[in-house]
Design a protein around this ligand. Sequence first.
Ligand code: IPE
Ligand code: IPE
Ligand code: MG
Length: 254
Amino acid sequence: MFSKNKNDKINQQLDMERIPNHVAIIMDGNGRWAQKRHLPRVAGHKQGMQTVKEVTIAASELGIKVLSLYAFSTENWKRPSSEVSYLMQLPVRFFSTFVPDLVKHNVKVTVMGDITRLPESTQQAVRDAMADTANCDGMILNFALNYGSRDELTQAAQKLAEDVKSGSLDITDITETTFSNYLMSAQLGEYADPDLLIRTSGEERISNFMLWQIAYSELEFVSEHWPDFNAKSLENAIIAYQGRHRRFGGLKNQ
Ligand code: IPE
Ligand code: IPE
Ligand code: MG
């Protein structure tokens, strides 16, 4: 009688008073979406770009403060060079058509990851988008581009070691807060840690995404491939999130 399946959750209403501040998404399944339609994998990436646009606007209208999107991992360089080249061109195409909409919705673009390894035209598109939206103070659209969490943590360790060596940081000052300030997510300030992490395509793994920051995130794995995900799917994921009881190690009604 009290069975709780996924459809029950979908019939519940979204509570606009309890929208998560930071939503992070592992956008997965573009290749499989395309293959199911007998299309080349890159057709899935192209369609996935449309999903990014729809979900960005929807997230901003819901009042989400930060939307982090995993677009290219430090491990994705292992893919065939033709696919990598296509993925590298996507930010150029995305920003060339979408920056006016971002500005209209007051969305500011930020990036996590080492963009210096990307082709010059991609770096330029990313830098221009950040500059063009620098004065927007609504939602932050935070792209993880050539991002890997182990890379982020390793780089943080190197910078910390340098600062200790130069005397600007004392070992006893290395707290969880100071450590967080050395991560690529530090630019997100009080919203650095995702409240909700969504992964599409049915895979239930983290694939080197924000390992430190998701310590207490609610995880939602959905079966849709990324090109099929939409504003309604985002709402459903948030409804599922709103049904969770976050305890952070304490007790439910504390
Ligand atoms: C996600 O889709 C996009 C990137 C990782 C760049 P995939 O390309 O991983 O699609 P699948 O998982 O192979 O279907
Ligand atoms: C994770 O997806 C990376 C991005 C979404 C950018 P992958 O498709 O690369 O992850 P694995 O290889 O299935 O773990
Ligand atoms: Mg994948």
